[in-house]
Ligand binder design. Sequence first.
Ligand SMILES: Nc1ncnc2c1ncn2[C@@H]1O[C@H](COP(=O)(O)OP(=O)(O)O)[C@@H](O)[C@H]1O
Ligand SMILES: [Mg+2]
Length: 235
Amino acid sequence: MTQTDPILTVAGLSKTFILHLREGARLPVVAGAGFELHAGECVALGGPSGAGKSSLLKMVYGNYRVDAGTIQVRDGDETVDVATADPRRLIRLRGQTMGYVSQFLRVIPRVGALDVVAEPLIGDGVAREEATARAGALLARLNLPERLWQLPPATFSGGEQQRVNIARGLIAHRPLLLMDEPTASLDAANRAVVVELIEEKKRAGVGILGIFHDAEVREAVCDRVIDVTEFARAA
Ligand SMILES: Nc1ncnc2c1ncn2[C@@H]1O[C@H](COP(=O)(O)OP(=O)(O)O)[C@@H](O)[C@H]1O
Ligand SMILES: [Mg+2]
């Protein structure tokens, strides 16, 4: 294994949703999906709404079970197949290698924004004081007013929550980053900040697989687009 090996290799990936509330109706979402992602590269999943982009991202993160295929992630000297990894191995993989910026912030009751953002760093063993300082610096870059930092994000606007979510997802180093629509509710100034943050991650050698509806953001950060309808057509 060398540094030029992909950070992520997906092969023969297939999934069909079984709709139990619809008498077990089958909804094929992808069949035989395959692609590679390298360090320092940003790849967009493209295709219209309902094509299966978010589902594919959730399969890579291990949130959706797959019916067939492999999802190999390089984890230091090892390679982990997310499709078959046991839950503890998956948790370790997420802790050190694979990050996920979800579309919406999962609000934790009574925890202030600054602590929500600092938490992944503290989990990595960074001292609380340093973690909090770095969280503040990132929230400042994302123009989140300082008066909000101690407040729980539950009552924040959509755009404010999304910035807290992005900060939490980007603060710790993870060599593989999955992003689902990170800029959907942001204004132009904050979209530009996110573009900068993504470019910094790429320069640090992070491989990014994401869904970017905003064409300007996609063109700014993505090296290529994988059309998910190709995978759906076979399904
Ligand atoms: N958990 C689920 N159970 C059943 N069907 C689902 C589930 N998640 C997604 N789908 C269906 O799979 C298809 C692809 O959805 P999705 O991956 O969200 O598409 P996209 O992100 O490209 O808009 C849609 O038809 C959607 O309704
Ligand atoms: Mg989606």
